[in-house]
Design a protein around this ligand. Sequence first.
Ligand code: SF4
Length: 368
Amino acid sequence: MPAGVYLHIPFCKSRCSYCDFATDVYRSGNAVKRYVSALIKEISSFRSSNVAIDTIYFGGGTPSLLSPHHIESVLEAVGRQFDVSHDAEITMEMNPATVTAESLAAYRDLGVNRASFGVQTFNERDLKLLARGHDANDARTTFRLLREAGFDNVSFDLIAGLPGQSMDDWRRNLEEAVAMAPEHLSLYLLEIHEGTPLGEQLRAGRRPLPDEDLAAEMYELMIDTLEAAGYKQYEISNFAKPGFESRHNTKYWRMKAVYGFGVSAHSFDGRERYANERDTAAYVTKINARGHAEVYRETPNYASETAFLGLRLNNGIDVELHQSIFAVNLASQIDSLTSNGLVEMIDGRMRLTRRGMLFSNEVFAEFV
Ligand code: SF4
């Protein structure tokens, strides 16, 4: 399988209240220029040339804050260094109200053929709670612009389990998303990170903590609603119309090589994982001084990671094949996890049950 390339763009219009990603508020064109030039330098210093890739993913941050001119220079650098397949999936994360008809048309002309669209919620109160910096109509308008620009492979991100969010709120979100008919949906339960404004409000008791039982019911409703609308769940948090599964993200779950560039980018080259500096200014300085900004490297435990990453996917893992490749015996894990109703065996494959998807961390802990 060809590899993938991930490009991290660490700029956002404002900072969302729950976010702990490596991202800075977009302030000046100069900071962006310096960053893009460091990113191109890092790509051009990559140790091998002509590695075959069939996915490119602009993540962030908000990559759609970058001008088409900057996106073009980055894509050209990737094209010089890698052997990019003619039908590569090229995804860009986009947030509502960060694009125009002109910028979308220009991204399309550059070959961007998939949009990962950060809707999160259509509820105005929740958009304010999350400090998303846009309203629901911005999401609706941007989606219309995406379609008009010819984006026929769009994924929505939605978040469930927000403090104060009711089952009806979540149902309305799902119904509106389904009515808009994107090709793919990624739906997450809210993760609370210490040190973020929302994390602090919850810790100080100024907001109710998300209710775990309600979040579990929301998860069930999400699966039922999306399956009834013709989406197939192919991973714990991801649903797609047939043929629209994310080619790029599937590489992570199948432990295929993905080379990451940019601040905080992570890579896996098929043998080792490594990661870049998390601070944007330090990243730029290190790239300019020595061509790389690596701060961390490890050799993963292939047997356990293949098991728990494979289990994230709906078709699970082929137990016999896994045992023979890694010379391990999974009998005791299978016994305990099936008796707790967390996994099931179907045609020699171990798969998560719905309960196992909800308590996936307990399942994965068995393989660490
Ligand atoms: S848009 Fe995304 S990356 Fe940017 S601050 Fe909000 S959650 Fe974080």
